[in-house]
Design a binder for this molecule. Structure first.
Ligand code: KG4
Ligand code: ZN
Length: 339
């Protein structure tokens, strides 16, 4: 049984082929970074048009790498929520068209839940129940994951997502797009203790996050509270220290809240996904915390942390329960979680 999965929620056009095991046979990702870099962020209309141009070649490439023909596909899966609505619509429309043409079932996959499923894929064995931490460009969520398909939201960001803060701070520091990797590179040469940026909501019992304060603190440190016109971004050691101190502030909050989620659920397994989980300093800090808590940590390799279609192998779990999507399936931009 072969599944074809499609991801077009943001700025990666991706297709994957996997079996019901699930075993991934192909995981093709066409990044649009070059298209958005000159705007300093993802432009939704540009993203949607690029998905239109690239999706069919990406699907062809995935089939080729998997060594199968289109007519061998037995099920089509697609991330239909959350994301940029125009971008999602391209993938959802293509998936419906393929399901109709091939006369196979269609399965809708939640992109956020799929980020956690990437841990299951990489582990090659069951990881549930676990605490799930999703740290991406648009979301920062802690879950009690009872099973692959039963997530309870424990906490989420009240304002900026962790990845969004990385992207905005990269822009403040005059670093390139996408911000996460460029801040990480800059931070490698800096002192994480040089600036004391706020660790928001750490004294708050809730498992919610807030990252807009730390971003604003970096902005004021760089340009002053009156945001002096024309002041140029920092350079040299000061810039590296700012990047390292910002990164440390974000990591401290993510790690501490996740530790509390382990405590309050009593779980000893932690699964982490989303683009920010590609950050080496965060990975190291989570490894240390998990070891302290005697918890098992699952973080996928980098390629499965950032957006991809292989993680839509969550569809296999729905397929086992015959949870197919109707052909009037919608693209839903906002994430709806159960609290
Ligand atoms: O999961 P993802 O690829 O897309 C969304 O679903 O949003 O996450 C993208 C986010 C971006 O904000 C990007 O800057 C961030 O992940 N990111 C990183 C790193 N690599 C990607 N943040 C920190 N360090 C990294 N190495
Ligand atoms: Zn994502």
């Amino acid at each position: 049984m072969y599944f074809l999965a499609i991801e077009t929620s943001c700025d990666e056009t991706a297709a994957a082929v996997f079996t019901e095991e699930p075993a991934v046979l192909a995981n093709v990702i066409a990044s649009q970074t070059d298209l958005h870099a000159r705007f300093g962020g993802v432009v939704p209309e540009v993203a949607a048009r690029a998905h239109l141009q690239r999706l069919l070649p990406v699907i062809d490439e995935a089939l080729k790498q998997a060594g199968i023909e289109l007519n061998q596909i037995g099920c089509v899966a697609v991330h239909n929520t959350p994301g940029l609505v125009g971008a999602l619509l391209v993938g959802v429309s293509a998936a419906k068209m393929l399901a109709v043409a091939l006369e196979v079932p269609l399965i809708a996959v939640n992109h956020i839940e799929a980020h956690i499923y990437a841990c299951r894929l990489a582990a090659g064995r069951d990881i549930f129940p676990c605490v799930g931490l999703v740290v991406s460009g648009g979301h920062t969520c802690l879950f009690h994951c009872r099973s692959a398909l039963d997530f309870q939201l424990l906490g989420a960001t009240l304002d900026d997502a962790a990845g969004e803060a990385f992207d905005k701070v990269a822009s403040i520091l005059g670093l390139g797009f996408p911000g996460g990797p460029s801040v990480e590179r800059e931070a490698a040469g800096g002192n994480p203790g040089a600036f004391q940026f706020p660790r928001s909501l750490l004294s708050d019992e809730r498992l919610d996050f807030s990252f807009s304060g730390v971003k604003t603190a970096v902005l004021y440190t760089v340009h002053g509270q009156d945001l002096a016109r024309g002041s140029s971004p920092p350079s040299g050691q000061r810039r590296a220290d700012l990047a390292a101190s910002f990164q440390q502030a974000v990591i401290d909050v993510l790690v501490e809240k996740t530790r509390r989620a382990l405590h309050c659920t009593g779980l000893k397994r932690l699964a982490v996904g989303g683009g920010v989980a590609a950050n080496r300093a965060l990975r190291a800090a989570l490894e240390k915390m998990a070891a302290d808590e005697q918890a098992e940590l699952f973080i996928p390799p980098m390629k499965l942390c950032t957006d991809n279609a292989a993680m839509a192998a969550l569809a296999v779990e729905k397929w086992r329960q015959q949870r197919f999507a109707p052909l009037d399936l919608d693209a839903i931009p906002a994430y709806r979680a159960r609290g």
